[in-house]
Design a protein around this ligand. Structure first.
Ligand SMILES: *Cc1c(COP(=O)(O)O)cnc(C)c1O
Length: 377
């Protein structure tokens, strides 16, 4: 078997035509026709009030932190088991990241631990929908309401997934998607911010356009644009949006292909799980996931290292995930763990992600599953 990469960026075939179209239209900067088409597609698909494409999910989260007016001394509650961007966006504004433990079943922030971490400095809760499996949003939204907190969803992995029938990224004031090349749909580097409430749209457009009302100017609502507020440059090139649009058009097909491989992994590895050798991902009945990721859990770190080395020898490239933020140098500097780290470190050390991408074949999954089984024999 040829080498099986951990990830291959999604490519459907139409991307180059669309990029050429953007170039031929002589509109390659931000907010061209492809950016607008992507925004509209996401608004229709998720039912959010407003979507704005951004240069990354990290930047979408930075926008959310600016819109929520996060300031020095504020506290923001989030899991420690997440990508650095979840914390970066808030720490950059001078806030402290307050980490709470995860649930071992979904690897999501444990919603029953959130309220205890709330202080009079808390400004926001940031649930991360790990592997495109929804956090317990009913409980999280309830806590936010009780304490008047913002909810910013890190839905980087969550497009096309839902919780109780509602799209991930549409519960909180702001939701953030990623279109990095490792995500289900990609534009190389890119993301989007979803805005639930109309009242934030104008400020969001201004922050995204260097603090100006250029978006209004483009729509003919003002005759010149001026500096209105602080801001940055968070709009992606329309060439990148063109690449993404080709994939959004085939979103169902891409998701189905991933789901087929995910189900195949699950079926082939289930006997090992039933024999108590490994654990497989858990999807709560009220969550629809998007096959963003397939992982298994070994007994412990030592076993994971051996399985990782074994698979690499067989030309398969698995990946582990997140060194918990609270134990990383910046996490120690900018954050603190509230309560006990019962699962964050332990579960992160057991988790191994198997190759998962749009064009992964059934033969490849069969081969990978066979090698995992061989390891446990
Ligand atoms: C990928 C990812 C991000 C960052 O996305 P970028 O688009 O690369 O900025 C943030 N959070 C999570 C959970 C992610 O998986």
């Amino acid at each position: 078997m040829d080498k099986i990469d951990f990830n291959v960026p999604p490519y459907t075939g139409k991307e180059m035509d669309y990029i050429k179209q953007a170039v031929d239209d002589k509109k390659i900067c931000g907010d061209g026709s492809f950016t607008k088409a992507c925004n509209q597609w996401i608004e229709e698909k998720t039912g959010t009030k407003k979507c704005l494409l951004t240069t990354s999910c990290t930047h979408a989260t930075e926008m959310a932190a600016l819109l929520a007016d996060i300031k020095a001394g504020d506290e923001v509650i989030m899991p420690s088991y997440t990508f650095v961007s979840t914390a970066d966006a808030f720490v950059l504004r001078g806030a402290t990241a307050v980490f709470v433990d995860i649930r071992p079943d979904t690897m999501n922030m444990d919603e029953t631990l959130v309220e205890d971490a709330v202080t009079d400095r808390t400004k926001a809760i940031v649930p991360v929908h790990y592997a495109g499996v929804g956090c317990e949003m009913d409980e999280i939204m309830e806590i936010a309401k009780r304490h008047d907190l913002f909810v910013v969803e890190d839905a980087a992995q969550g497009i096309m997934a839902s919780y109780k029938g509602k799209a991930l990224g549409t519960f909180g004031e702001f939701g953030c998607f990623s279109f990095h090349e490792t995500k289900n749909f990609s534009m190389g580097e890119g993301g989007a911010i979803l805005i639930r409430d109309e009242k934030y749209i104008e400020d969001a457009e201004i922050i995204r356009e260097k603090g100006t009302d250029r978006s209004k100017y483009y729509r003919g609502q003002v005759d010149k644009y001026r500096w209105q507020n602080y801001g940055s440059s968070y709009l992606p090139s329309d060439m990148n949006a063109a690449y993404l649009y080709a994939q959004l058009e085939l979103a169902d097909e891409i998701t189905q292909a991933r789901m087929d491989r995910w189900n195949q992994y699950h079926e082939l590895l289930l006997p090992l799980a039933e024999a108590g050798k490994i654990e497989l991902p858990f999807i709560p009945a009220h969550c629809t996931h998007n096959a963003h990721m397939f992982y298994l859990k070994t007994k412990d770190l030592e076993e994971r290292s051996r399985l990782d080395a074994f698979l690499k020898e067989k030309n398969i490239l698995p990946a582990s995930h997140y060194v918990p933020l609270h134990s990383a140098p910046a996490g120690i500097k900018f954050g603190r763990f509230h309560g006990e780290d019962k699962y964050t470190t332990k579960e992160s050390e057991r988790l191994l992600r198997l190759p998962m991408f749009y064009k992964l074949t059934a033969d490849e999954v069969e081969y990978i599953a066979a090698q995992v089984k061989a390891f446990y024999q």
